[in-house]
Design a binder for this molecule. Structure first.
Ligand SMILES: NC(=O)c1ccc[n+]([C@@H]2O[C@H](COP(=O)([O-])OP(=O)(O)OC[C@H]3O[C@@H](n4cnc5c(N)ncnc54)[C@H](OP(=O)(O)O)[C@@H]3O)[C@@H](O)[C@H]2O)c1
Length: 218
């Protein structure tokens, strides 16, 4: 398949590029201008801003699926910390939807986060307080908006909501959780593997599965 990876320079994005190439897909990695990350030689790469509709349109052209690992860059989690671009997803998501519709690309797999939307209730109490009381609240507000716009887009979109991300190895033990108990984590490699699986064999279109390796409630 022809796969576009947005946010390819980030922790999950790099894993997405890696896994998709391993599986023999034709991968295009999108980065912002000046990014110091270099995509593997086997991938194509394109450079542009996420709030540039013309760039997004040319990037999605001819793709079978868009995989997005775009998320806010936070300088820290202190309550007063401000994201580098606070309205990144509010600006980027409608432009991406427009670009996909204009180019006839219907399929997307996106990363949101455990605790967004109706998964908030599944979070442990301390984590609810953590989301509300730290700079994470900016990211969560933006992810809510991203999910809303994608949900209303009419496109064939899967939005995964991972629990705490780690840089561990891929385990192939991803579960879709109805609830959580204890420490809930998933490696970026497992998130990427799950997303590429979902791109190849869609099972969660129109849904927002909470995905984790540890901490799924029995
Ligand atoms: N951390 C967690 O435990 C956790 C848990 C659940 C969900 N999540 C979600 O998962 C997402 C992916 O995680 P991650 O660890 O891969 O994040 P990450 O390493 O911070 O990657 C974020 C990606 O978004 C891009 N990006 C950010 N701001 C941008 C801008 N203004 N213009 C263009 N690109 C921009 C980054 O590009 P640059 O490299 O150029 O900055 C990077 O490619 C997070 O952003 C978060 O929403 C995180």
């Amino acid at each position: 398949m022809k796969m576009l990876v947005l946010g390819s320079s980030g922790g999950c994005g790099r894993q997405l590029v890696h896994v998709a190439l391993q599986r023999g897909h034709e991968v295009t990695a999108a980065v912002r201008p000046g990014s110091r990350w270099q995509a593997p030689a086997a991938a194509k790469w394109v450079e542009g801003q996420l709030d540039d509709g013309a760039f997004l349109r040319s990037a999605v052209r001819g793709m079978d699926v868009v995989l997005s690992a775009v998320g806010l860059r936070l300088p820290g989690l202190a309550p007063w910390a401000r994201p580098e671009v606070p309205d990144l997803l509010t600006r980027f998501t409608p432009l991406l939807v427009e670009a996909m519709k204009a180019e006839g690309v219907r399929r997307g797999v996106f990363i949101s986060a455990g605790g967004v939307g109706d998964s908030f209730g599944a979070m442990p109490g301390f984590f609810k307080a953590f989301i509300r009381g730290t700079a994470l609240r900016h990211a969560y507000r933006e992810l809510e908006e991203m999910e809303r716009v994608l949900g209303e887009s009419g496109l064939d979109v899967t939005i995964c909501r991972p629990t705490g991300l780690t840089d561990g190895q891929r385990t192939w033990k991803v579960k879709v959780a109805a609830g959580l108990s204890g420490r809930a984590t998933i490696s970026r490699a497992d998130v990427a593997g799950w997303m590429v699986d979902e791109a190849e064999q869609p099972a969660w279109v129109g849904k927002q599965p909470l995905i984790t390796v540890t901490g799924a409630a029995a």
